[in-house]
Design a protein around this ligand. Structure first.
Ligand SMILES: [Zn+2]
Length: 121
């Protein structure tokens, strides 16, 4: 084991700008963004109970439950990933897809824009 898993803990946050974002549940948006499929393996899931919230960055590494860190995953992927950092885990999987990885990053990007209050409604 090396120390390369060290993650930056410097996460500047504008609390005032994010309070409105926090009042909304972005989970349905996340499910739609990934077309109702597992963000990792792409398996189509039934709506509801089979979709689990998977943290891109695990809580142990400083990840939060904010929308930019949460993507829908099937039970198999959520269990397999566990507390591993998403990309580190995902790139080792047989079903790894650059396209789906990009979609995960685009979800994170969109949510970060929202959390910064840079949307124009
Ligand atoms: Zn999956």
């Amino acid at each position: 084991m090396s120390n390369r898993a060290r993650v930056s803990r410097i996460m500047p946050r504008d609390m005032a700008a994010t309070s409105e974002v926090h009042s909304r549940d972005y989970w349905p948006d996340a499910v739609i963004h990934f077309g109702g499929t597992c963000a990792y393996c792409g398996r189509t899931l039934r709506r509801g109970d089979d979709l689990l919230k998977s943290y891109i960055m695990p809580a142990a590494a400083g990840g939060t439950d904010e929308p930019d860190n949460v993507v829908p995953a099937c039970q198999d992927c959520a269990t397999s990933k566990g507390a591993t950092e998403m990309k580190e885990w995902y790139m080792r999987q047989d079903f790894f897809s650059q396209e789906r990885l990009n979609r995960i990053f685009s979800w994170r990007y969109v949510m970060r824009q929202l959390m910064r209050g840079e949307t124009h409604e």
